[in-house]
Design a protein around this ligand. Sequence first.
Ligand code: SF4
Length: 412
Amino acid sequence: MKKPELLAPVGSFESLHAAIRAGADAIYFGVEQLNMRTKSVPTITIDDLEEIANVCKSHNIKAFLTLNTVMYDHDMQLGRKIVRKCKEVGIDAIIASDFAVFEMCRSEDMPLHISTQANVSNIESVSFFSSMADVIVLARELTVKQVAHITSEIKRRNLRGKSGELMKIETFVHGALCMAVSGKCYMSLHEKNASANRGACVQNCRRPYKVTDLETGNEMVIDNEYIMSPKDLCTIHIMDELIRADIDVFKIEGRSKSAEYVYTTTKCYREAIDAVIDGTYSEEKVDGWMDELSKVYNRGFWEGYYLGRKLGEWSSIPGSIAKEKKVFIARCTKYYPKIKIAEFLIETGQITPKDSLLVLGRNTGSDSITLETLVVNGHPNDVATKGDKITFPFELPLKEGDKLYKLIENHG
Ligand code: SF4
């Protein structure tokens, strides 16, 4: 069996480092307003491209930039600037769906991946794109059988991409789904003049709706289910089937999600892929991964369309049903690299030994810890409250301002 690459979402430097530490083979991210998370991911700009490329190179992973919105004429200048900068700093490829961006990549000799926004759903489309791209992110609505047909046809036809290598197929394995085919949705534009196809979706589908009988005016609220809000895709229980379908890249959705979401999802899928390949994949392990995945942002899980289901499963609440949530407690005031000790000032709330804690650092990503001994203002103590300084061993070098959270059960 071929081992697929694991591609993690990045929306901040914290999640970049979280993805690396969790074992991603590659990351993808967007900058400025020409990617599909323009509203929710304001933190990365064109000036950050070089640092991201360098961090990825130093960790031997690939970095892909999404430039996959609908493009208008007034976007061309910025689009070209982004593509040129990517080429200059060594970003590995651009993920795009607009022909203007394809042309920009061609003229800058920039490797191109075809975005899921292009809705590629058959081998002839893969063949068409092979003259300009090396990787195709398939539409999310295909069954595993359809995907396997595409991957086997690539080999049978010896379909090679622009680089001369066999065309690669990438599919989503985890994260949010739209009720419209691969995001081709006008609800947000219609209601708020905010285009989902320009990355500005206001998530109208995640809300409850009433049905009105126009003859009588009677209104019915649809009980329990948010009928346009699909549960999240989760395929960790069918990893073996997806790997047998010969997919080259497994992609996790979630560029607008937190660093701990990126860490947990990437780590679980890293372990699952490795387990399938080394023959240790088991129901028991799947249960453990499901438990971990359910602790971070999710709207409930189903396996999407892979097993042939025609209709989605719908969420029961508008937001996340994650079993855990984080509560901000303290900020890093010092890190002593020689002895690897971190010092934090408690700004709100309190912590006690055995609390589950989460450290989020710009250069370290996300790391959960439990302190066996609580050292408060230099002495062991049972509790630390606002104004106290706590110190504890921490392997990774933290920066002033990095944050400490307490992880607590989420009761909604
Ligand atoms: S409103 Fe919902 S279905 Fe439409 S693009 Fe946004 S998330 Fe997707």
